[in-house]
Design a protein around this ligand. Structure first.
Ligand code: CP
Length: 308
C-alpha cells in the first residue's frame, strides 16, 4: 500500500506517469468516469481549505466514486480529544483512501503508520504540501513543456510556505534549475532546506529581497501569501504582509513567456489587474489540481487501466 506524505515518496518517473495520466484525463475525461465506481474518498481537514479539499472531492466524483469527511476539526471527534491515529483507523473502515490536512507537521505521517488505507498529505502545518506540488508540476509542464533549465523565482513567505518547501524538493531533481529566493529577511527559506537540499545537492540558487531586480531573468515566478496562521505575533504579520505586491508595472521588465504561479488563496500579493495578463497562470493552476489529484487517486488505489 502506498501513501503520499512527501513529494519525494514519488520517483521522477512516477511523477512523469501521473502527469501523463492527468493529460489523458484532460483530453478524454469520459474514459475515466467510472474508474473508481464503489470507491470512497474521505477528506479529513483539520484546517481550512477551498482548493485542496474541493478539488479532491471533485476528482473522486469525476472518477465515479463517492466522498465523505469533515472540513474542520471542531465537527469531528478530534474536538473531544481523539488522536489522529485512532481517527484514521476508524475512517479506514468506511473509506478506501484518505486525504488529510492537519496544522501539525508530521500528522499525516503518523496517520499513515496506523491507517489501513492510503493516506495523502493535503498539507501539514508549515511543512509540506505534496499534492500542491503535483499541481504546480502539471502546470509547469503544460505552460513551459519542460522541467529542466528553468530560472524559478519563489517570492514571499518562504519560511512558513509549505508549497514552496515541497516544490523545491521536487524541482531539485531536475537538471539546470536556478532558484531565486525572494523574501524579507524574517521569512527566508528555513536553513534545513538550504543546507539539506540546496547546498547538499549543490543546486544553483541566490537569495534577495528585491523582486524587481531579478524579474527579467525569471522563467517562473511563484508568488506566495504571508501565512498569517503560522505567526506567533500579529504585529509581525502586519509588518510583513505587504512585502511583495505584484503589479503590471512590476512586470514591465519580465519575460514575455514568464509563467506566474500562486498556490492561492491570494490576499493582496498579486494585484487583480494582473489576472488578465496572459502570463498569469494561477487560475489554470487551480484547475490542474483536480486533474492531477484524479491521477493520484487512480495510482494509490491501484486502479488498473483496463478499468477505464
Ligand atoms: N493551495 C491550497 O492549498 O489552497 P487551499 O488552502 O484553499 O486548499
Amino acid at each position: 500500500m502506498r501513501n503520499l506524505i512527501d513529494i519525494t515518496d514519488l520517483s521522477v518517473s512516477e511523477i512523469d506517469e501521473l502527469i501523463a495520466t492527468a493529460c489523458d484525463i484532460i483530453a478524454h475525461p469520459e474514459k475515466y468516469q467510472d474508474a473508481c465506481r464503489r470507491k470512497k474518498l474521505a477528506t479529513l481537514f483539520f484546517e481550512p481549505s477551498t482548493r485542496t479539499r474541493l478539488s479532491f472531492e471533485a476528482a473522486m466524483l469525476e472518477l465515479g466514486g463517492s466522498v465523505l469527511g469533515f472540513s474542520e476539526a471542531s465537527s469531528s471527534s478530534a474536538s473531544k480529544g481523539e488522536s489522529v491515529s485512532d481517527t484514521v483507523r476508524v475512517v479506514g473502515c468506511y473509506a478506501d483512501i484518505i486525504a488529510m490536512r492537519h496544522p501539525k507537521e508530521g500528522a499525516p505521517m503518523v496517520a499513515a503508520m496506523h491507517s489501513p488505507v492510503p493516506i495523502i498529505n493535503a498539507g501539514d502545518g508549515g511543512h509540506n504540501h505534496p499534492t500542491q506540488t503535483l499541481t504546480d508540476l502539471l502546470t509547469i509542464h503544460r505552460e513551459k513543456g519542460r522541467f529542466d533549465y528553468l530560472t524559478v523565482g519563489l517570492c514571499g513567505d518562504l519560511k512558513f510556505g509549505r508549497t514552496v518547501h515541497s516544490l523545491i524538493h521536487a524541482l531539485s531533481r531536475y537538471t539546470g534549475i536556478h532558484f531565486v529566493l525572494i523574501s524579507p529577511e524574517e521569512l527566508r527559506l528555513p536553513t534545513y532546506l538550504i543546507h539539506d537540499v540546496l547546498d547538499k545537492k549543490q543546486l544553483s540558487y541566490e537569495e534577495t529581497q528585491d523582486l524587481e531586480a531579478v524579474m527579467p531573468k525569471l522563467d517562473i515566478l511563484y508568488m506566495t501569501r504571508v501565512q498569517r496562521e503560522r505567526f506567533f505575533n500579529e504585529a509581525d504579520y502586519i509588518r510583513l504582509k505587504d512585502s511583495y505586491i505584484l503589479t503590471l508595472d512590476k512586470l514591465k521588465h519580465a519575460k514575455q513567456d514568464l509563467c506566474i504561479l500562486h498556490p492561492l488563496p491570494r490576499v493582496n500579493e498579486i494585484a487583480t489587474s494582473v489576472d488578465a495578463d496572459p502570463r498569469a497562470c494561477y487560475f489554470k493552476q487551480a484547475q490542474n489540481g483536480k486533474y492531477i489529484r484524479m491521477a493520484l487517486i487512480l495510482k494509490l488505489l491501484e486502479v488498473e487501466s483496463h478499468a477505464y
